[in-house]
Design a protein around this ligand. Structure first.
Ligand SMILES: [Zn+2]
Length: 93
């Protein structure tokens, strides 16, 4: 009886993530919903400094969110931002 109860309440814990990127992807969802804790945000920020794929998906999510919110009719990426992303990518690769 007791084991069934705990099983039902077993959610994916942080230890279950295979990679940091998986964890970051999860945090990204929380960030988009505005539900990420400060610990998660810190982990996320540190990670995207060194992980370009996660940084890119973060940028995409942000653009997507702007579209979904309907505040922007078209996506405007400031040139400086685009440039800093490009530089970052080149540095890492
Ligand atoms: Zn990553």
């Amino acid at each position: 009886m007791e084991s069934k109860f705990t099983e039902a309440y077993q959610k994916k814990s942080e230890d279950c993530y295979d990679t940091e990127c998986e964890k970051v992807a999860h945090i990204l969802d929380s960030l988009v919903d505005g539900e990420a804790s400060s610990d998660e945000q810190e982990f996320f920020n540190k990670h995207i400094e060194s992980c370009v794929p996660c940084l890119e998906s973060h940028q995409k999510q942000k653009l997507l969110k702007n579209l979904v919110c309907g505040h922007l009719k078209r996506v405007i990426v400031p040139e400086t931002l685009a440039l800093s992303i490009k530089t970052k990518i080149q540095e890492t690769v």
